[in-house]
Write a protein that binds this ligand. Sequence first.
Ligand code: I3S
Length: 128
Amino acid sequence: CPSSPKPPTSPSEKCGVLNVTKITEHGKKVRKNWTSSWTVLQGSTLLFAKGQGGGTSWFGGGQSKPEFTVDLRGGSVDWASKDKSSKKHVIEVKTRQGTELLIQSENDVLINDWYRALQDTISTHAWE
Ligand code: I3S
């Protein structure tokens, strides 16, 4: 996270490029639309910006705005079951607001890191 005020090792802040699709919105199933998104985990919020494939920009940088944000407090994170997607390394994120997302990367090390970070976030903010 280039202009992050915190050190990059901070467990509550993480960013990178991931493939993302919403599958449910306000409890209703929506059509999948996989997109490559610049993804930032900041505190208990997960932010996505479309088309930031280079990984060099930042939301405050002028050219990009978060396209979509989800609040992870009270939500859950799990590996998606096979019937959710044919892709490898897919994480399913469910929010308390009834949004379900799939996030995916071909890079298993990277996706395992995200899995851990998201799990940590949810347990850290469990009582808020
Ligand atoms: O769960 P689905 O419906 O098999 O998801 C696939 C579709 O969304 C497909 O697009 P169409 O809306 O044109 O059918 C996508 O191209 C696929 O990537 C989706 O499946 P995967 O298994 O890749 O999540």
